[in-house]
Design a protein. Sequence first.
Lengths: 234, 146
Amino acid sequence: MYARQVEGTVYTFGVSGKLIRNAMVMYDHQTRSLWSHFLGQAVKGELVGTVLDFVPVTHTTWAAWRELNPDTLVLDKRGRSSRDSYQSYYTNGSAGVIGESVRDERLPRKERVVGVAGATGVKAYSFSALELTPVVNDTFADLDVVVLLDAAIQTGLAYSRTVEGRTLTFDLAPDGVGIFTALVDRETGSRWLALTGRAVEGEMKGATLERVLSHLSFWFAWTDWNPETALYGD
Amino acid sequence: MLLKVGFWRGGEGVLGKVIIFGVAVLIVAWLAVPHLRDASFNLIRPSEDVTVVLRGEARPSLTLGIDPADAESPFQMVTLLGFDAIPAILEPEFVTASEAEGWMLPGEQVLGLSINGESRAYSVPLLSRHEIVNDVVGGVPVAVTW
């Protein structure tokens, strides 16, 4: 998800039908430059090299999103069904449409990972490792990060553990808040909502953890773009 | 000119005129509709490898192993479909959460976005059909991508 305004000009985007390393290539209607969805950057045409600002998005279920944001608007489906045309693609063994350029054997191709980017390196946290350890407090590439799997809604999230000048250490709270998974930090005992990163009880109440640059991705796609990636637990 | 005259002469009779009219419609449609033109182009050349060289200020953190300053770091681009064969949404329409309750499933995957107090939910199955939604949320123009 990206902001589509660059230096005062608003662009509209369409789907080019092209792929780079199995990831969508968009084009803008104003200059017909080509943009990599994965990089958020124009790779061909008049605007080559231009970078779009990244906007963090929450991947969750409709029930959870509505509970958190009762005033939310919903994109009108106009009678479309809830069946996903990519359903078999999510679970079959194929590496995208054009195959991967490097096969990294450390995980199965379609293993889902939370890929996290620090200033000087990237690291992947697999869903299977996070199912065993749902909250991982980690430090890599000068980044203090907490990576977690919210089992209730099957989504992975990554936050900076540094908040208001303190570096905190998180555990899964024994009880959730309503339908939501909660975290508790060892330093202050405050309770935090996993999905939003917001402290809802205790000394840190009102503070919000900052999302770090991260992607939910298949392992083959992550390693295709980041062949040098570190892997949690490796 | 001679060719044109001969062409028309060959088109005498009802059947000939119908055929010529049909061909003319196809040619005009091919020229006028970029979607068709791209689709037929792709029938002839199903895949096109283009080497893209990354220039300018790349996000180094997401392209580790690829030095953005390195002119030799190529991306292979492959053409599978024509432009707009998958139709992006340019003028999204929204309903309230209670209006959507009848057709959104509780466990349905969504991408959620909140900016400046405005929230949106985009159904992932719907995004799979369109891949891009051009929206303005809380005054910020965004491209929701899947």
